[in-house]
Design a protein around this ligand. Structure first.
Ligand code: ZN
Length: 68
């Protein structure tokens, strides 16, 4: 699972590089899905995109709040 390129529904369903969330974004993900599952959720690396989604299922995701 080293390929970070995944489809992003917020980016017109195009392929984007996803990154592991950090700092406040990681805290938000943990609060949302729990610490056990938080490692599966990666953040879209496209500038301005706030989507976080399951590494194994691009349809399973949510948006970070604007302050993150
Ligand atoms: Zn995106």
């Amino acid at each position: 699972m080293s390929d970070p390129s995944k489809r992003c529904l917020n980016c017109d369903d195009s392929f984007q590089s996803f990154l592991k969330p950090k700092d406040g974004a990681l805290d938000f993900v943990v609060a949302r899905v729990g610490s056990a599952d938080s490692g599966k959720y990666w953040r879209c690396g496209h500038p301005g995109c706030r989507r976080v989604q399951n590494y194994f299922d691009y349809r399973d995701g949510f948006d970070l709040p604007p302050y993150l």
